[in-house]
Design a protein around this ligand. Sequence first.
Ligand SMILES: Cc1cc2nc3c(=O)[nH]c(=O)nc-3n(C[C@H](O)[C@H](O)[C@H](O)COP(=O)(O)O)c2cc1C
Length: 369
Amino acid sequence: MSIYALARPLLLSMDAEAAHGLTLRALKMGLAPCHKAETPLLAVNLWGRDFANPLGLAAGFDKGAEVIGPLFDMGFGFVETGTVTPLPQAGNPRPRVFRDAANKSVLNRMGFPGCGLEAFTRNVKTYRATAGRAGGVLGVNIGINKDTRQPLDDYRRCIAALAQDADYITVNVSSPNTAGLRDLQAREELDKLLAAVMDAREKTGHKKPLLLKVAPDLDEAQCAAIAELALHHGIDGLIVSNTTVTRPAQLKPSLKREKGGLSGQLLKPLATAKIAAFYKLLAGRLPIVGVGGIATAEDAYEKIRAGASLVQVYSGLVFEGPKLVPNVLTGLEALLKRDGYTHISHAVGVDAQVAAFRRTGAETPDNAA
Ligand SMILES: Cc1cc2nc3c(=O)[nH]c(=O)nc-3n(C[C@H](O)[C@H](O)[C@H](O)COP(=O)(O)O)c2cc1C
């Protein structure tokens, strides 16, 4: 029995944030299980970078870039650290993370607690100095301080500090727990923001891919505006999605009135629908990273078929533990083989293609198994 399997009942009985703190300590002590199985079927090349596999760790788990090495050892193809803000801040008062175990979902209103950009950058540099680029693809997710008067400057500062060491940078405009943050997704605001971050990247001299992480609660017109602006400004990809502020009927009643963003199984259908919507809007011109409710290989496959080139998890790990990583990867390989795909990229967006062909009554394309 693994250490995690022994500790699981204890972790799930504790306050969610305390359990997370204990998990981070265990990872720092080197107690993470190692999984390194590489298969050409699952290897992805995007933005000129090689991903050993398409499964990444979503932002928020390693907010301070403290356990990057152990997370890669668990078998993730990429790890997104952060969200980091320029200055250290405490976040919202506790308790601020809640589990709904029956629905394998999490509600959080953390509000970007963190060590700030200086300590975060030091941690990333220390990781690079010891492990170089061997572990996997390293993303950094950047945000703004609660009391900032100049949100665009906050993003600019983070880009300037991290462009050298990050493999990609995610501009987070979709956490629901920082007042005004999601408003940056509106057309006029986003236009200014994207111009500012692209300019900040240019000034660094490192052309690191810039991704935009969006909410699942956008309507059709908002999605269309985001897709148009992302293409116009030359953003490199979208991460779809962050947590939802909607409250599905099945959610544990005691959590329905808690403020915050919901993730996990109850987010899954909404996130997948938004991936499909963006895939249709972008028509293959920008890659999508799909996230929201992945806990099994089938969940990951669904996101890929909806249009995701890469996927990420967070809440699934809370309920399934580290075995989720090998389970998803071996299961995904089996699903691709079952459907006759010789490479994962061939499955990206096939459900959208099938839907389109059904509408026109034409024959199903060869790669839409
Ligand atoms: C406790 C917690 C903290 C999170 N913190 C962040 C964060 O700092 N930045 C961010 O972009 N997303 C954050 N997220 C959102 C996740 O990255 C992810 O987009 C979302 O949880 C959906 O994926 P999941 O259903 O696999 O958890 C957080 C999620 C949780 C549960």
